[in-house]
Design a protein. Structure first.
Length: 212
């Protein structure tokens, strides 16, 4: 079974991170490493993560605060897996997320990455799940529709490990809408992204982002 790396970038988000970590550790796909990238948090995040560190169930990378793009890139470069998935610290994977998306990629050699359908929930109401009205696309249809409306949440995507060497990393100079910039660039140079219509992740809707 190939290893999957779940990269969780965190900045001052101890309130949420344990549920995110638990959801990554609780996958039905059992060959998983969980990599928490602490982007210079000042809210005693490491103390919150101490039980996981003592048990050796996560890897922890602490670095100076440089922003979300830099934190994601650091996680990509530290990852050991054949597949890489991002999980924002306030989002939650459903148990079969990695298993289903990796199975899809194993049977779809033409796909460089896959993304799934999400639930959404408001901060403070994690059990009140919403389905926002988005259309999702695959292959050649992704880029032209992405120019009209953004519909790819980072926590929905599973990448092949060589994706970033082939198509590029996040631009660390960009602090707002860095994921939009990323997808427009990689799709423009030929990355192939395919949609899996299973709902496999819960995305938190917040007033402000947590990585600045």
């Amino acid at each position: 079974m190939k290893l999957a790396s779940v990269v969780i970038p965190v900045y001052n988000d101890k309130k949420f991170v344990r549920e995110a970590v638990d959801s990554a550790l609780g996958q039905t796909y059992k060959s998983v490493e969980v990599l928490v990238v602490d982007d210079g948090s000042t809210d005693d995040l490491e103390e919150v993560l101490k039980p996981y560190l003592q048990r050796g169930t996560i890897r922890y990378v602490r670095r100076d605060h440089r922003g979300l793009s830099s934190a994601r890139n650091a996680g990509i470069k530290a990852a050991r897996g054949d597949y890489i998935a991002f999980l924002d610290a306030d989002d939650v994977f459903l148990p079969e997320k990695l298993e289903r998306q990796i199975r899809y990629l194993e049977n779809a050699p033409y796909a460089d990455a896959s993304y799934c359908a999400p639930y959404h929930f408001h901060d403070g109401a994690p059990h009140n799940l919403l389905r926002l009205k988005y259309d999702y696309y695959s292959g050649d249809d992704v880029l032209p529709n992405l120019l009209k409306r953004f519909f790819i949440a980072p926590s929905t995507v599973v990448f092949r490990k060589d994706f970033f060497e082939r198509f590029g990393y996040f631009n660390e100079e960009i602090q707002i809408a860095e994921d939009v910039d990323f997808w427009l660039r990689v799709l423009h140079v030929g990355a192939r992204l395919y949609f899996l219509p299973d709902t496999l992740v819960k995305i938190c809707l917040r007033q402000e982002g947590n990585l600045q």
